[in-house]
Each structure stands twice: as C-alpha cells, then as structure tokens.
Design a protein around this ligand. Structure first.
Ligand code: ADP
Ligand code: GLC
Length: 493
C-alpha cells in the first residue's frame, strides 16, 4: 500500500466521549497511534446522548435508510470534531436506539437494553455503508477495523459485497459474546446463509462475536498470551473450536497505553506530579490526598504502612471472589490499608461496602465511575491489586507500573505479558516490576501480597521495582506498526 491507508475504526465506546472500561481507552488511543503512523483514520461510533453533548462543529454528512428489527431507521450521519481528537469522528445518530442516558449496553437496573440486537446490528450496517462510501463523500475505506461483539456483524455484512475492504476484527474480551436468538436473527433480516455452524449460529442462537471471528480477514486479540488461551476450553467460551480453525488468521497484539493521558509528570487529576527519577514528595502527596478522599487518616503511621488499591469493573473476571476471601486475613494479619474504586455486580458492591462500614480506618470504598479518582488511586496507592481470573490485556496494571505502584497479578493473558515477578532472579536482572502468582486461589493471592509487603519494607528493592516499571515504555508505537503490517499483509492476499 503506497498511498495512505484509509482506516475506518468502529467501536462502541471511545474515551473521553463514552467509556465503561479498557475498550474505551483503546478506542481512543489506537486510532491516534495509527494516524501518527501515517494512516488516514475515521472513527465511527453510535451517537449516544452523552456523546452528543460533548462534541462540536457538527456537520450532517447525510441520511442512511437502515434495516432494523422489522422496521427501517433513517439514520443521520454526523461528522463532528472534538478538541482531543486528531481526526473527524462519524456518529450514527438514530434517536430511538441511541439517544438514552447512561451506560451504552445496560440500563440503570443493570440489565441489558432489551433492543441491543437491533441497536448494534443497525450500527454495524451503518459502518458497512460508510466503509463503502454510500453517501458519496469521497472517502472509501481500505481497511475496516471492528472491535468486540458490538461491531461483530461488520465483517460479515461487508462480505456480502464484491471487493470489500480488508476486515480486521479485534477481540477485547471473549466473555461478552453478543448472543441473541433465532427470532432476533429473523427480525433483523440477516442473510439466511449465515445461519450455519460455520457461520454465526451458536448453540441454537447466534453470536455477533462469532460473526466477527468467522468473517474477518484477520482476527486479533489484545495480548499474545490471550491469543493462545482463547483457543482452549477454559478461556474459549465455547468458541475455542472456531478459534482453532481460525488460528492462521489469529494474532495477539499487546495493547499500549496513552502515555500522555497516563503520565504522573503531567496528569491533571493528581495533586502533585512526579517521575521515575523524582518520585518524592509527589507520590506521597497523592497518597495523602487519596487517604483523605476516603476519609481515612493520613498521619505518619498511615503514610508508612502500605496502601493497597484496586480500580475496575466489579465483575467476576477481576478476581473479586479472591480479594473478598483474602480481606479478613489481610485485616487481621497485616496492617495494610486498602482502597477500592469500581462498579458492577451488585453482590460485590454490597460486600465491599460492608467491609468499608465495618473497618472505616482500614478500608475505603467508592462505588461508581470516577475517571479522576482512578488516576489518583493509581498514583496514591503503593501496591496495585489486579488478581483477574482472566485478562485479555488489562490496562490498569500498565497504568500502575507507570505510576510507580507495582501490581499484584495472577499469571494470565496480558497480565502475564506485562508483569514480571519480583523473584530473586528477576530482581538481580533488574527486570522485575511486580508480583505474579500462579495458582488461582486466595492463599496464593495472600502469599503474593505478603511478598509485596515484605518488599515494600526494603526501600532499596522497592525503589528499584518502581523504577523498572516507570521507565518501561508501554506506548502504542510498536503495536500500531503491528496493526499496519497486518492491514498490509491482508491487502496483498
Ligand atoms: P477492562 O477493560 O476489562 O475493564 P482494563 O484494565 O483494560 O480492564 O481497563 C479498565 C479501564 O477502565 C481503565 O482505564 C480503568 O481506569 C477504567 N475504570 C474501570 N472502572 C472504573 C471506575 N469505576 N472508575 C473509573 N475508571 C474505571
Ligand atoms: C477488555 C478486557 C481488557 C482489555 C480491554 C482493552 O475490556 O477485559 O483486558 O485491556 O478490553 O483491550
């Protein structure tokens, strides 16, 4: 590809416009990295209510008649600008489907929006039409890069046309399959020929994630280890067979992090700035601020004992059962304090709240979504907890490394690819940056936390660990090149 590659990047969430987790971060930073590497990028996402309130210079590109569930929607296509974006953003504006408050996938009571099948099939159809320049705006995609089940139908839909653009599909999490029924399939008038075990059919229903895997030219996932793991029964969610036969086109490309947004030397959410060479007093001031934010003492003793922090979606994936099982032991056998920021499963929310009520001097809990507090926690905590049962990539452990807050992680997925255990050997080699445990049980988690606490008590060793993490480059450059190489490789087929 000698001329600039035109990449249409489709995602269901994009920071800072709308974000529920790491997909939002990647939806922002990967397209920018691609653009910096020379691609001509357009980003397309649904015009959720909160997105519309944040953008400016709205330009109507046109209207598309799009097939929904037994009805046709007239979808307005907007081209908008936003100060944080280096390229135009295209929005699929369909009020009945997207003009709603709150979370893009679930309603206030935590249940999925009942019409998600229609919402994301309409979005996928819009992406397909834009890629083909049906509106005649003289921008036709060379590559369409779709992400997760919400855009899984895009590769399949594009395949219905002659000479489609290259179709890249990235799996960010196999746990979310976009499963719907045969009745939905019929209502959406999706092509009959897709309904086979080799196509989108999945145990009597259909899966939008499977559609992406089956029909894309290249499938990627967000770390090399996860790419291997999802081909096994344990991590494949029933799709290991499909993934095994797709092995020739399956690649693990590690996510990067946005080193501008997540930089302790400039982060606007921090109370004080610091860097690898000058960690104090900045890091301590953030610890103090974090403790006060949770109404906890920040006297000399509190400042001396390790502060453990965890931030993320409160779902089973993140190892909350282990954490909750470990808490009583940590409270009785150690003097650590702990702070949690997250929202998700109500059973975990309630249990964490109970602990905070019972042990207000030791445990601080914020249930909800707070971007600013997440940054402060990464900076103010001493040790970051991320004992996920599985983790496609994980961004939080990379943020914590960059913020001098060594993480404790289970050896899985992207955690295994980014965290190097503080074993004697790794410490001697100067490559250790955190604590990794190998058995997924709370005893192993406690043992890893105890190792972290012991290491924290040895300032020299601890500082070396912090420096190694902080000095490592987790930027996107390398991964962006891998994606560009993949775009090129497929286009030569
Ligand atoms: P996942 O995508 O599985 O949720 P990642 O580690 O890849 O996990 O990314 C999580 C992202 O979402 C991080 O940017 C993290 O800070 C953010 N995040 C998750 N929950 C919250 C919350 N309650 N408040 C603020 N940020 C959150
Ligand atoms: C998913 C995964 C997480 C990954 C993120 C971005 O939400 O759970 O591990 O970092 O996507 O790719």
């Amino acid at each position: 590809m000698n001329v600039t590659t035109r990449v249409l990047f489709a995602a269901s969430e994009v920071y800072p416009l709308i974000k529920t987790g790491g997909l939002g971060d990647v939806g922002y930073s990967l397209p920018h990295a691609l653009q910096r590497a020379g691609a001509d990028v357009r980003l397309v996402l649904p015009a959720y209510r909160t997105v519309l309130t944040q953008v400016d210079s709205i330009n109507i590109l046109g209207w598309l008649d799009v097939r929904g569930a037994k009805r046709t929607h007239s979808v307005r296509i907007l081209e908008v600008r936003h100060a944080d974006f280096a390229f135009p953003i295209w929005l699929a504006d369909c009020q009945v489907l997207f003009d709603r408050p709150g979370n893009p996938y679930v309603q206030a009571d935590g249940h999925d929006w009942a019409d998600n099948a229609e919402r994301f099939s309409v979005f996928a159809r819009v992406v397909t039409e834009l890629a083909r320049d049906v509106l005649g705006i003289n921008w036709q995609a060379d590559v369409v890069h779709a992400n997760d089940w919400q855009t899984g139908l895009v590769p399949a839909l594009l395949g219905e046309f002659p000479h489609p653009p290259k179709r890249i599909f990235t799996i960010h999490n196999m746990a979310y399959g976009g499963h719907f029924s045969l009745a939905d399939f019929n209502r959406l008038a999706l092509p009959r020929q897709w309904w086979t075990p080799e196509g989108v059919e999945f145990y009597g229903g259909f899966s939008m994630l499977k559609a992406g895997i089956v029909y894309a030219d290249e499938v990627t996932t967000v770390s090399p280890t996860y790419a291997r793991e999802i081909c096994t029964e344990e991590f494949g969610y029933g799709m290991q067979g499909v993934l095994q036969i797709s092995r020739h086109k399956l690649h693990g490309i590690l996510n990067g992090i946005d080193e501008k947004v997540w930089d302790p030397a400039t982060d606007v959410h921090l109370l004080a700035h610091y860097s690898a060479n000058r960690r104090q007093p900045g890091k301590a001031l953030n610890k103090q601020a974090l403790l006060s934010r949770f109404g906890m003492e920040s006297d000399e003793i509190a400042m001396q004992v390790p502060l453990l922090g965890m931030v993320g979606r409160l779902v089973e994936q993140k190892g909350l059962d282990l954490v909750l099982a470990a808490l009583p032991y940590l409270l009785s056998h150690t003097d650590v304090r702990m702070v949690f920021v997250g929202s998700g499963d109500s059973k975990y929310e309630a249990k964490l709240r109970d602990f905070a009520v019972k042990y207000p001097t030791r445990i601080g809990v914020f249930i909800g979504y707070d971007e600013s507090l997440a940054h402060l926690l990464e900076a103010g905590a001493d040790i970051f907890l991320m004992p996920s049962h599985f983790e496609p990539c994980g961004l939080n452990q990379m943020y914590s490394l960059r913020y001098g807050t060594p993480p404790v992680v289970y050896r899985t997925g992207g955690l295994a690819d980014t965290v190097i255990d503080a074993s004697r050997e790794h410490l001697a080699q100067g490559i250790a940056n955190g604590f990794v445990f190998d058995e997924f049980n709370f005893e192993a988690l406690i043992a890893a936390i105890e190792r972290a606490i012991a290491c924290y008590a040895q300032p020299r060793v601890w500082q070396a660990l912090q420096r190694t993490g902080m000095n490592h480059s987790f930027g996107w450059e390398h991964s962006a090149q891998s994606y560009l190489a993949l775009y090129r490789a497929t286009s030569n087929k």
